[in-house]
Design a protein around this ligand. Structure first.
Ligand SMILES: [Zn+2]
Length: 225
């Protein structure tokens, strides 16, 4: 028998509500994509395997214990290792969203992408919600190397793009993780719209101003900035 707090009941409903919203706007097709949320009492909730985010049932969400073992609900998504890798390295993460969103996946295949800054500083909101986005190389589904690659980022990135696959984004709340994932997708779309048009991105001074005023944290970059 499942006992749950009112907070857990609300989180279960939130996962289903955000999942439906993402699905209905075409941000993750078919049964792709998954969502997880850390529970106050330990363990977490995650969306089940082969479940469409558009048609989730709050009572069937997979509840896992601290060690990732199934406590109740349907079997969890096979992509649980993506989530645990990010939770393990980002202590502040309370929720994670992973989608197969078209523009982000397209971006991940372009040859010029910097693996430590998959997108240039295009808009203030991208920087404020996503920081910088890391690109992890392609691995076949289920390969444990993808979790190793995420762990290798040492928790410096809240948004990670898996090449030829899709984004994995952590947030302090489920809402923050969802909104950051949407911001990443929209910024990837802008990048594709403007590719080859020599657009003006934010200048280093404008980025420094956002860092100062809004406390945006950007990982150290290879060029020393
Ligand atoms: Zn996936």
């Amino acid at each position: 028998m499942r006992t749950e707090t009112s907070n857990e009941t609300r989180l279960r409903e939130d996962i289903c509500r955000f999942g439906r919203s993402l699905f209905e706007r075409g941000l993750t097709p078919g049964s792709s994509g998954n969502i997880s949320v850390r529970l106050d009492g330990g363990g977490w909730l995650v969306t089940p395997t082969n479940a469409s985010l558009g048609f989730l049932d709050p009572a069937k969400l997979s509840r896992l214990d601290e060690q990732g073992r199934l406590v109740s609900g349907d079997a969890p998504t096979k992509e649980v290792p993506l989530h645990t890798a990010l939770y393990d390295t980002r202590g502040s993460a309370r929720a994670i969203v992973h989608l197969h969103s078209t523009h982000s996946v397209a971006l991940s295949m372009l040859p010029e992408i910097d693996p430590r800054a998959a997108l240039p500083p295009m808009t203030a909101y991208y920087l404020m919600k996503c920081g910088a986005t890391a690109l992890v190389p392609y691995y076949r589904p289920g390969d444990p190397k993808v979790a190793d690659a995420i762990k290798g980022l040492a928790g410096n990135y809240s948004s990670v793009l898996l090449a030829n696959h899709g984004p994995v984004v952590a947030g302090d709340t489920l809402e923050a993780a969802v909104f950051a994932t949407e911001e990443l997708e929209e910024t990837a779309k802008l990048y594709l719209l403007l590719r080859g048009m020599n657009p003006r991105y934010l200048s280093p001074e404008q980025v420094a101003d956002l860092v100062k005023v809004f406390g945006v944290t950007l990982p150290e970059h290879g060029d020393g900035h």
